[in-house]
Design a protein around this ligand. Structure first.
Ligand code: GDP
Length: 207
């Protein structure tokens, strides 16, 4: 397990409240509410930690976890498209996230979670410009979730359709099929993170 020595460090509404040193690489997780973000975090962190982000009051905040070895920050961003939020609440969160993603603390690797069954929805497409802007200077990984809910044929077809949708919006990031119940998928994801962290440690720190 890559993130063996991880602990919850803080919830913040604003990137300026961020306590971690700037030199640690940040891996961010974002996606539509209910896309499977907490389940994915459970799979890579262990269930004892990911529930933190689901605690009432924290679901609309940026939740930060710190791993010691390899040293990095995991940043759980509030899910978007949350039906029970009022329009103004949704806008306020979107504004805060916009500022965060344009800040020096923005993730060096952003994982954009998309449901394998639905591909990019209207809500995903609404957030896409923000993600594409970040991808100009930072790494982006698209993770398609809940693949175990599809048959093999559907999986291949949906993966192709998602790649086409991403192409159409000018997003050329790698797409990783994921399912929480698949140890292979968890291992593949950990390998991507491990390679990213090794590459990061070999370059000059980016701010
Ligand atoms: P979040 O709102 O993005 O944090 O989503 P959750 O992790 O809470 O997941 C939403 C629902 O999808 C829950 O009922 C999960 O059990 C289910 N889910 C999440 N990931 C998977 C997966 O890989 N496979 C299956 N079959 N269900 C999943």
């Amino acid at each position: 397990m890559l993130f063996r020595k991880t602990q919850f460090i803080a919830s913040c509404s604003d990137w300026k409240q961020w306590p971690a040193p700037l030199t640690a690489p940040v891996i961010g997780f974002w996606g539509r509410s209910n896309v499977g973000k907490s389940s994915l975090l459970n799979a890579i962190l262990g269930s004892k930690l990911a529930h933190v982000s689901k605690t009432p009051g924290r679901t609309r905040l940026i939740n930060l976890f710190e791993n010691q070895d390899p040293h990095c920050i995991l940043c759980d961003l509030p899910g978007y498209g949350y039906a029970s939020l009022s329009h103004s609440e949704g806008e306020e969160i979107a504004n805060r996230l916009h500022k965060y993603l344009a800040s020096p603390r923005a993730p060096h690797l952003l994982c954009w979670l998309v449901d394998a069954r639905h591909g990019l929805t209207k809500t995903d497409l609404a957030i896409a410009p923000l993600i594409l802007e970040l991808a100009q200077t930072r790494d982006l990984l698209v993770i398609s979730t809940k693949n175990d809910k599809l048959t093999n044929n559907e999986r291949i077809k949906n993966q192709g359709m998602l790649e086409k949708q991403l192409d159409d919006i000018g997003c050329f990031a790698q797409v990783l099929p994921f399912s929480c119940s698949s140890t292979n998928a968890v291992e593949r994801l950990n390998n991507i993170f491990s390679d990213f962290l090794t590459a990061y440690s070999q370059q000059d720190p980016i701010e």
